[in-house]
Each structure stands twice: as C-alpha cells, then as structure tokens.
Design a protein around this ligand. Structure first.
Ligand code: SF4
Ligand code: SF4
Ligand code: SF4
Length: 274
C-alpha cells in the first residue's frame, strides 16, 4: 500500500514538474516572441536615450509610469486617479516587455512642466541633462519623444475644409505647428489653411494626434528615427554659414588626420636605410 502511495506521489510530482516546465517554457517563449515582434515604432517617455541605449539602460522598474500616474494633474478632486500616459509593456503589446511607452491616441503626454517621470528614473535611461535648458532647469520643450507628421491625403485641411484641431491642441502652438495660408487654385476664392509641423520644436507629445478629427489620425507621431530623413554630409547649404563652417571643419580634421598618419609613418621609418 505504502509502495503504491509512493508511486502515485512520484507520478504526481513528475506530472506537475512537466506541466510547470511547459508553462514556464510557454511564458519564456511568449516573452521571446514578443521581443522578436517588438515594434520599432514605439514612443518612449521624455528624455529617453536613443532606443538601443534605452533598452540596455532601462531596468524595467516602472517608477516613471508610477510618477506619471501620480502626477498632480492626474488626480481627481475626490482623490481617485485617472490612468497615466505611460504604460509598462506586457506580453501582446509587441514592445520590449517591462519597458515604458505611450500611445497618443489613447493618452498623449501632457508635457508636465515639472516632468515628474524623469527625475525618478534610477538608471539614466531617461536622461535628465538632455532636458535642461540654459538656466539648468528641467524644460519639457526640450523633449523629443518623436515627431508629428501630417498625411496630406487624409488631412481634410488639404482638401480645403477648415480644420485646425491639431493646431489648437498643440501646447507649443504657433511654433511646433503653424498654419500656412495657401491659395485654393481650384475655387479661386478660398484659401487652404494648412497645418505645418516644425521638427526643431515639436516634442512628439501626441496631443495633436489625439485631437485629430479624421477617422484614423491624419497627423501622427513617429519616433524621430522613423519620421526624418538624412541628406548626408556631402550636401552643403550654400546660404547657411553654419553648414559651410561644418564642411570646413570636417576638411580640416581630415587633413590633420592625414598629416598625423604621415608623421607617424615618418617617425617609424626614421633611421631605416633601404
Ligand atoms: S511629462 Fe508626459 S510622460 Fe511625463 S509625467 Fe507628464 S504626462 Fe507623463
Ligand atoms: S524609471 Fe527608468 S529604468 Fe525604470 S522603467 Fe522607467 S525608464 Fe526604465
Ligand atoms: S506632437 Fe503635435 S501637439 Fe505635440 S508638440 Fe508636436 S505638433 Fe505640437
């Protein structure tokens, strides 16, 4: 009898172990496949390092998301809280699990003046110095969470319909987005009032995307790497003194390098007779 009990216990233990291992394997696999499928189009909190460095630095503690949820403006009069902007990625989000991100169409970043999500970051994944202005104060206008881009074909302002929802929602109105007047050649009477985003000012907060009236937002925020091009160093703006200086400096460095290489070879060959 004792022998059969022992056998039953052993059988149960082995079964549970294999179920546990299968479940663990499943979890690990879903975590792994989620990382593999992780979308590069992820928007990170203000001050986040470039994506690759961010992923290395972030220890997935969630303090930024907690601070975002607990920010003063997020607490109702009765003490209850609304959901914060920042979410921590979980399985199925197609983001690196445990890392903070936000989706503007759900909850954009409200560009808090005191940026509470950043100073709490213990790892430097959210880089406070990058958000300091000349007075050494935290300045949310220096954040570059992404860049808003306008899809002209679906933006109804480009159809001639009057709409400035994105312009009105922008916290840096008149600088990050301006409205450009353009003559409507088709009617000859009306003007297009076109939203234009300025990449040197836009923080990527996503308030414009959230406010857009079209079925799928015609203005949307993408990570900077995915919303900008690069002309390459060999193109020079002839009208821009800074750009000309950049090319001059690059040439000087190049010549200096060549010279030092030559000097090094001369030194090595000193006293060598052929
Ligand atoms: S700055 Fe944006 S992400 Fe940070 S706490 Fe405020 S709303 Fe949240
Ligand atoms: S506080 Fe910093 S380290 Fe912690 S989850 Fe947020 S970004 Fe990552
Ligand atoms: S993302 Fe939109 S609302 Fe935010 S700063 Fe840029 S243009 Fe303005």
């Amino acid at each position: 009898m004792a022998n059969s009990d022992n056998k039953r216990r052993k059988f149960m233990a082995t079964t549970l172990q294999s179920v546990g291992l299968t479940a663990l394997g499943g979890l690990l696999w879903s975590g792994y496949s989620d990382e593999v499928k992780a979308s590069p189009l992820v928007l990170r909190p203000p001050g986040a390092l470039p994506e690759e460095d961010f992923l290395k630095a972030c220890i997935k503690c969630g303090l930024c998301a907690e601070a975002c949820e607990n920010r003063d403006s997020n607490i109702n009069k009765d003490g209850t809280k609304r959901a914060g902007t920042l979410k921590m990625a979980k399985g199925g989000d197609h983001k690196m699990i445990g890392t903070p991100f936000f989706i503007p169409t759900e909850i954009p970043c409200y560009m808090c003046d005191d940026i509470p999500c950043v100073p709490v970051c213990p790892s430097g994944a959210l880089d406070m110095p990058s958000l300091l202005n000349k007075k050494e104060e935290l300045d949310i206008n220096k954040a570059r969470m992404g860049l808003a881009v306008v899809h002209k074909e679906s933006c109804i302002a480009f159809w001639g319909i009057q709409c400035d929802a994105c312009y009105r929602a922008c916290p840096i109105q008149g600088e990050a987005i301006t409205i450009e007047h353009q003559k409507n050649e088709r009617t000859g009477k009306h003007a297009f009032l076109l939203p234009i985003v300025h990449s040197d000012v836009c923080t990527g907060c996503g308030l414009c995307e959230k406010a857009c009236v079209t079925e799928k937002p015609a203005i949307f925020v993408l990570p900077i790497e995915h919303s900008t091009g690069r002309a390459g160093d060999h193109y020079v703006k002839g009208w821009d003194e800074k750009d000309q200086q950049r090319v001059k400096d690059a040439k000087e460095i190049h010549t200096k390098d060549e010279r030092s290489e030559k000097e090094a070879t001369d030194y090595l060959n000193m006293g060598v007779e052929y």
